[in-house]
Design a protein around this ligand. Structure first.
Ligand code: NAP
Length: 383
């Protein structure tokens, strides 16, 4: 295999993929954009140093290409376009906007997920990259109920948010691209932190709920004699029985790396979904326990006794964005994944694991900080 080009390497899943692919001996190039103060090279080097520290060994480094999926030719320099055309034979398109809200078709998540994917495809066609791995989501199923097959995509379903719909459009674009002769699609469920350490680099979905509850609890000065905060005035819009499909990032990445590096497993669609969903009641219980709340109400408890306070109103407003996360999930059939990697079962996301993840997030104040990398230390030209 020549170099494999990865987008979204600085995100949660992308960092795990970088580690697992490089550990597997894959020659890797990554497309990354600068942040406000840091070059793409320094951002990627910082991410790699995190892995060196954790693993206690220095991993090989990827070639860093400075670019942006929302710019023509991915915003690459002529030198990098030439380099990618000569050295890259496959693409893992993993970059996306995870925004659940949108101000219109020209803004996120449409811009990165639909237009960005179109630009990535155009680039691959011009560069002669014909092997394509696409990171989609299990939630392309939208508001469907029942059993969802890996072979299904658009069956006229409705969507809980623009993100889901934009990911369907992206997947369709990829499937319609005739120049691709080897297409593999990954559809993870809700990605949470590391099953062993609780590590995460971003704080969406489950973590956003933990953070909201944490902020509210800190703002409530009155504690019960038990030392816990009375949250019985707050109801989350959930019966407690909704099934949520959470998957640890280390498992998602390991399975993807196994499939990417084994040609016999290419060409399929994989639901990267858990064996057992988590009931929303367990998520509520973990949040209560970790934060020191009690009485956090579920919809059916009917314990909203008085007008919500200002802080509670803020809580509800923020929770609206995540309302779709409290809806009952359908059942995701994962026959292709189970057949491809029967030895690598998804670890159960149970009370202990969720507690570990929530505690780690609180200890880091819901803010991952990379080690500082001096710009002069990083090579600016691809090898
Ligand atoms: N997280 C989940 O629960 C979940 C579940 C199912 C599927 N997925 C899918 O998995 C993939 C990875 O998600 P994630 O959780 O790792 O997301 P993430 O942590 O938010 O990372 C997103 C990555 O995409 C990059 N990106 C976004 N817009 C870009 C642009 N215009 N140009 C270049 N890079 C851009 C980001 O770069 P910056 O660092 O520069 O912002 C970042 O590296 C996505 O395709 C997502 O749809 C995620």
């Amino acid at each position: 295999m020549d170099h494999l080009l990865l987008t979204g390497a600085t995100g949660l899943l992308g960092r795990y993929l970088m580690k697992d692919l490089l550990k597997n001996g894959v020659k890797l190039a990554v497309l990354a954009r600068p942040s406000r103060r840091t070059s793409p090279e320094a951002r990627v080097e910082a991410a790699m140093r995190v892995w060196d520290n954790i693993l206690g060994e220095q991993l090989p480094r990827p070639v860093v290409l400075k670019g942006d999926i929302n710019s023509p030719d991915l915003g690459l320099s002529n030198t990098d376009i030439k380099w990618a055309s000569e050295n890259c034979s496959s693409m893992i398109h993993n970059a996306a906007s995870l925004s659940f809200v949108s101000t219109g078709r020209d803004s996120e998540p449409w811009r990165s997920n639909v237009d960005g994917t179109a630009t990535v495809l155009e680039f691959c066609q011009q560069a002669g990259i014909k092997e394509f791995f696409h990171v989609s989501t299990a939630y392309v199923a939208g508001l469907r109920e029942g059993r969802i097959l890996e072979s299904e995509l658009d069956v006229g379903q409705e969507f809980a948010n623009p993100y889901e719909e934009s990911k369907v459009m992206a997947e369709k674009l990829v499937r319609e691209a005739n120049f691709i002769n080897d297409l593999t699609v990954f559809r993870p469920a809700i990605i949470v932190g590391d099953s062993q350490t609780g590590l995460t680099f971003t704080y969406h979905n489950f973590y956003a709920m933990v953070q909201l509850a944490y902020t509210i609890a800190r703002s409530m000065h009155e504690t019960h004699f038990s030392g816990k905060v009375d949250a019985s005035n707050i109801n989350v819009k959930s019966s407690g029985d909704e099934r949520k499909n959470l998957v640890p990032v280390d498992w998602v990445s390991e399975v993807m790396a196994t499939i990417v590096t084994d040609k016999t497993l290419h060409g399929k669609t994989y639901h990267l979904t858990p064996r057992l969903p988590v009931p929303s009641r367990l998520i509520r219980d973990v949040i209560e326990e970790v934060i020191g709340l009690y009485g956090l109400g579920l919809e059916t408890d009917e314990n909203q006794t008085s007008e919500p306070t200002e802080m509670e109103k803020v809580f509800f407003k923020h929770m609206e964005v995540y309302e779709s996360y409290w809806k009952d999930d359908p059942e995701f059939d994962s026959t292709n994944t189970q057949t491809a990697v029967p030895q690598n079962l998804c670890p159960h996301v149970d009370r202990d694991m969720l507690t570990l993840m929530a505690k780690d997030a609180i200890a880091r104040s819901f803010n991952w900080r990379d080690p500082k990398v001096n710009e002069s230390e990083v090579a600016l030209v691809p090898a």
